[in-house]
Design a protein around this ligand. Structure first.
Ligand code: SF4
Ligand code: MG
Length: 307
């Protein structure tokens, strides 16, 4: 496993263009080597912040972050795949140059011929053709563009990929193709995934373990099938009940009862208490500790008992 824990990470600050701030608190999770852990939750829960912290795109501000090494003793270098490949691919570069960049930067091949050969190999690996390398990003569909960004991520020869809503902007049928490609690549190259999504059905398809986030905290974490069979936290239960029938792929949120409070002013006690049907007086004053149940599920709720 690959352990990410940030027990004192209480003031991680994300600066968005409009000075939006987002905090992540007491986050700790393990990503199984060669497996997939998904972070799920509604927009604003902090899952993208965690992804960007793990890949080093954000630095913790006033907190601390620790990475336990993998089983071979080496920390894993992470590459990131984003939701909108168009925004993350340079529109003025030919695809072959986009994919070659990490190869050159990391000096993974020496000669121009070797780099070109590697680029063609990567294009084929993601289901594109050698001649696609001469085109520009705008000449491709959304699904193909996501294949290009996967090829670029693989070009750096990472063992660990952090994928932030990689298929959320795609049509459902294209989404399935890209997810299947990602699973195939995982087997082929022994990749470890940290997968970020708000879509429980996508997450079920991809992950070995799931961590449910709410307002900057992990409220439940456990094995995928266990979590679907017996969700323990009231918020996880709500998420599973509200798996939308009609998906709006462009909306990064699940429709659940009540408004999500601002992450800047989280409620006292259990952050979920204003929306929780099970809440008692204790819930509004006391933050529930994370407990590990028999079976290995971790949950933060006063009412959950170990049975
Ligand atoms: Fe609901 Fe209380 Fe459990 Fe929070 S601690 S999820 S408010 S029952
Ligand atoms: Mg996000």
């Amino acid at each position: 496993t690959f352990d990410v824990s940030a027990p004192w990470l209480n003031r991680v600050v994300e600066r968005k263009p409009r000075q939006y701030l987002q905090a992540v608190n007491d986050i700790s999770f393990e990503v199984p080597l060669g497996g997939c852990l998904s972070l799920v939750g509604e927009s604003g829960c902090g899952k993208s912040t965690v992804a960007r912290l793990v890949t080093g795109l954000y630095r913790a501000n006033g907190g601390e972050m620790r990475f336990a090494p993998g089983e071979d003793g080496k920390p894993l270098a992470a590459q990131m795949i984003f939701q909108d490949p168009y925004a993350s691919l340079n529109p003025r570069w030919r695809v072959k140059n986009i994919i070659a960049e990490p190869i050159r930067e990391l000096k993974l091949r020496n000669t121009a011929a070797e780099i070109e050969e590697r680029v063609v190999e990567l294009l084929k690996t993601v289901g594109l053709s050698a001649s696609d390398g001469d085109k520009f990003p705008h000449e491709f569909s959304g699904g193909q563009r996501q294949r290009i960004s996967i090829a670029r991520a693989l070009a750096g020869e990472p063992r660990f990929l952090v994928c932030d809503e990689p298929t959320s902007a795609l049509d459902v049928s294209v989404q399935a193709q890209v997810l299947n490609l990602m699973r195939k690549l995982q087997d082929e190259f022994g990749l470890t995934y940290l997968f970020i999504s708000h879509d429980m059905s996508v997450v079920r398809h991809m992950s070995d373990r799931i961590a449910v986030m709410y307002l900057g905290r992990i409220v439940e974490e456990g094995e995928t099938e266990a979590l679907f069979a017996k969700p323990r936290h009231p918020y996880t239960q709500l998420l599973l009940e509200t798996i939308p029938n009609v998906k709006d792929p462009h909306r990064d949120r699940v429709v659940a009862g009540g408004e999500v409070p601002s992450p800047l002013k989280p409620p006292s006690g259990c952050p979920f208490h204003p929306r929780c049907a099970m809440a008692t007086a204790r819930c509004s004053s006391e933050l529930p500790a994370v407990r590990t149940l028999a079976g290995g599920t971790r949950v933060a709720c006063h009412l959950v008992t170990d049975e």
